[in-house]
Ligand binder design. Structure first.
Ligand SMILES: [Zn+2]
Length: 468
């Protein structure tokens, strides 16, 4: 059972002195480093460094080979896929990929959710399986399984770009992501922690009131770093503080800014690049380890072809682009075959090659990850509320509504296992991110309405302190 040790760990961590918390953060950093940057990581990074620039025919050949391997493995080791048709043996790689995929069913999230145990391959021993959870943008938790190799390949796609930009694994950097590294109830600086092993200064994204942001900016100016990575919404709050107070970083001081996990909105890009004085390289990935796209100098997103195949289920098509829901096939996840998985995001694929010269499939945009912010009475602005539902598999779906600064309403569809304990857990998850300032009301419903365009919104807020 996960929740109890987690709660204890949280409690113990929250009551440690900052010095000890820094040590814990550094130890976790070292552990993460060892998990991610394995021998397999270095081998794949080296290989993909050679294949990434093309030619396209080589990339297609790699995709075909890996797809056949994936389908054969699924047929043999995944009970859910035992009756899948054999992959096409067409001689042309493009044709073989298309033929193979077109005869496969689309994997819907609800199908994955119901059949997770039958989908995960049986040939990987339990001790080699790594486990995760995701909520996606719908607030529906999914159980995930992958291996050390999967994680290595994910990070090889991240580091291929960083390496090209001359950035090294041990270079000092700033991070603004969803990890709770500073107790939420803390009301005095420092609102950051130091991972000395990875040369990483981690800033809390849960303490970003206007008052506190001044301290964040001071700290950014006092610390040397080569790059920054984080959620666009968090970086944007810091950027706006720097722009309004005339405290932007010197241009060129940072070599690059890396964003991920949320849609990077146009106004966010402009403000962040101006305030941090460097270019943004965006990335689109997923907790399922089934898709990866990397930003380029033209601000497009390139599919990491060695890692995944991305199809578009068309909603709209012109001579220039095709837009629709993404169906992703993960080539690097050997524990879970995600084949034509409808991941819940909408993307726009360009028909012409990208002017940057990188070959393969290219998207101008992946939409559908736009979250609103929750605003607390003291003015803290908090994004990515879907993290609350990450470990809540008793909840089918949820939406957060905010119509005043005083509180929020959480509307949820309870699953069959939802009970009093689950409700208490849900309240704890909410409090761990929002603290105690807000009133929180919970309402179980049978379904949650969609927007006019059919999209589901995880957060709907009319408390507009966060506007472009
Ligand atoms: Zn490009």
């Amino acid at each position: 059972m996960r929740p109890i040790p987690e709660l204890v760990e949280r409690y113990v961590f929250d009551h440690m002195p900052v010095f000890t918390q820094n040590m814990i953060v550094s130890m976790a950093g070292q552990q993460r480093f060892r998990n991610r940057y394995s021998e397999h990581f270095h081998a794949v990074l080296e290989e993909w460094g050679r294949t990434g620039d093309g030619p396209t025919a080589v990339l297609k050949e790699i995709q075909r080979e890996r797809l056949i391997h994936l389908v054969d493995r699924a047929r043999e080791h995944s009970p859910f896929y035992k009756d899948l048709r054999a992959p096409s043996r067409a001689s042309d790689a493009d044709e073989a990929i298309e033929e193979t995929l077109s005869q496969m069913p689309v994997l819907e999230k609800r199908t994955y959710r119901k059949n997770t145990d039958a989908i995960v391959t049986r040939d990987i021993p339990a001790w080699q399986l790594r486990r995760g959870m995701t909520s996606g943008t719908t607030g529906t938790a999914l159980r995930l399984f992958y291996t050390r190799e999967t994680e290595a390949e994910e990070y090889a796609s991240v580091w291929r770009l960083r390496k090209q930009l001359g950035i090294g694994l041990y270079d000092p950097h700033f991070t603004f992501t969803g990890k709770i590294i500073v107790p939420v109830v803390q009301t005095r600086a420092p609102y950051w922690r130091n991972n000395s092993y990875g040369n990483q200064l981690l800033f809390s994204i849960y303490h970003m009131s206007h008052e506190n942001l001044e301290l964040y900016v001071d700290r950014l100016h006092e610390t040397d770093a080569v790059y920054v990575n984080g959620y666009p919404s968090a970086l944007h709050l810091v950027a706006r503080e720097m722009l309004t107070t005339g405290t932007t970083l010197t241009r060129g001081q940072l070599r690059a800014i890396f964003t991920s996990s949320e849609s990077l909105l146009a106004y966010q890009r402009d403000d962040i690049e101006e305030a941090f004085g460097a270019k943004i390289w965006d990335r689109y990935g997923s907790a399922e380890f089934a898709v990866s796209m990397t930003g380029c100098s033209e601000e497009n997103l390139h599919v990491d072809m060695e890692y995944c195949i991305v199809e578009v289920d068309p909603i709209e098509e012109t001579d220039e682009y095709v837009r629709g829901e993404l169906l992703v096939t993960g080539l690097g996840n050997n524990a879970t075959p995600f084949i034509r998985y409808r991941i819940g995001d909408v993307g726009t694929r360009l028909k012409a090659p990208c002017p940057c010269g990188r070959p393969g499939d290219v998207f101008s945009d992946v939409d559908g990850r736009v979250d609103d912010f929750i605003v607390t009475p003291s003015g803290r602005m908090i994004g990515r509320m879907d993290h609350i539902f990450k470990s809540m598999d008793q909840v089918e779906e949820a939406q957060i509504l905010q119509t005043s600064r005083a509180g929020i309403e959480v509307v949820y569809v309870p699953g069959p296992k939802f009970d009093v304990a689950a409700e208490q857990k849900l309240r704890r998850e909410i409090r761990s991110r929002l603290g105690n300032e807000l009133d929180v009301s919970l309402h179980g419903v049978s379904e949650i309405a969609r927007e006019a365009n059919g999209k589901f919104r995880a957060v709907k807020s009319t408390v507009g302190t966060y506007e472009s």
